[in-house]
Design a protein around this ligand. Structure first.
Ligand code: PBG
Ligand code: ZN
Length: 322
């Protein structure tokens, strides 16, 4: 028996590119990625909020074309945020959403089998910029639920595959599920923003979605980043209420919670690499401090390794060669 030392040589698994490829435990393919779009009124609108931000505002006609191209390239899906000109304050949502819903209908017609997800929240629609209904400068929970449910049904009827409540009101997943079923939209799924932290990383998004709160902040409904046990309760609650997929965001600062969610549920998990995470990488690369492509891949891999099935990222479109 030879007395060789070291007995274990892990570098054998890393010796050549082909060997390394063979033993990769996770990978990031286009099929795992979801590209967000901000859908605005008008025609022929296609603007990135700033060069390389990945935050695209598009009108319905451009959206249909974009989704078709991404779908053909093999991108997993798209996540839509409606940003109408006319803001909603009270009464039915449909007038404010009309042009946005038409954009979804058109896209569904042009690309019948693309996966379309749509955000359900009030912040980009409401004058207040808050995710829920505001009464006397407070975001009230229960009065918000029927409005969110109304929005989810409108989106479902326009043709989305998944509605994605990002508001963080208590009970909204259950309320939305009941409303969808009642409206005979049983086949439309719910991607629940189960763990969504109050975060400084949403800054670029709020500019693109014109959704910054007009007063105060979102701390009374989004989660404090300090609380892991509370995050696990959020997760359990959304499972109970009937969520089909569970989402954690921001992704990079919550990889531990993605892993926790992976170990505690059997649901598909979604990581949202938010606008500020993307902006940090972009800014550092623009300064010549690091390599954009390499860092981006490294970060996306870490999210998959933590347990995410899907990743919502502003880099999906660029990775698809657009
Ligand atoms: C709004 C919403 C936000 C994001 C997704 N949905 C911003 C916020 O809560 O203020 C952030 C996404 C991003 O930064 O990319 N409900
Ligand atoms: Zn919101």
């Amino acid at each position: 028996m030879s007395e060789s030392f070291p007995a274990t040589r892990l570098r054998r698994l890393r010796r050549t590119p082909a060997i390394r490829r063979l033993f990769k435990e996770v990978d990031v393919g286009l099929e795992h990625l979801v590209q967000p779009y901000f859908v605005v009124n008008g025609k022929g609108v296609q603007r990135e909020t700033s060069p390389g931000s990945g935050l695209w505002q598009v009108s319905g006609d451009v959206l249909a074309e974009e989704v078709q191209q991404l779908h053909r390239a093999g991108v997993g899906g798209v996540m839509l945020f409606g940003v109408p000109d006319a803001k909603w304050s009270t009464g039915p949502l449909e007038p404010a959403l009309r042009e946005y819903l038409a954009a979804i209908e058109l896209t569904r017609k042009v690309v019948p089998d693309a996966v379309i997800m749509a955000d359900v929240c009030l912040c980009s629609l409401a004058e207040t910029g808050h995710c829920g209904v505001v009464e006397e400068h407070r975001v009230v929970n229960d009065a918000t639920l029927p409005v969110l449910a109304e929005m989810a049904v409108l989106l479902a009827k326009a043709g989305v595959d998944f509605v994605c409540p990002s508001d963080m009101m208590d009970g909204r997943v259950g309320a939305i599920r009941a409303a969808l079923d009642e409206a005979k939209c049983q086949d439309v799924g719910i991607v629940s923003y189960a763990i969504k932290m109050a975060s400084a990383l949403y800054g670029p998004f709020r500019a693109a979605a014109s959704s910054a709160p007009s007063f105060g902040d979102r701390a009374s409904y989004q989660m404090p980043a300090h609380n892991r046990r509370e995050a696990l309760r959020e997760l359990a609650l959304d499972v109970d209420e009937g969520a089909d997929l569970l989402l954690v965001k921001p992704a990079l600062s919550n990889l531990d919670l993605i892993r926790d969610a992976r170990e505690r549920t059997q649901h598909p998990l979604v990581a949202y690499q938010v606008s500020g995470e993307y902006a940090m990488v972009r800014a550092a690369a623009d300064k010549g401090l690091l390599d954009f492509e390499r860092l981006m891949t490294e970060l996306l891999v870490s999210m998959r390794r933590a347990g995410a099935d899907l990743i919502i990222t502003y880099d999906a479109r660029r990775r698809a060669g657009r």
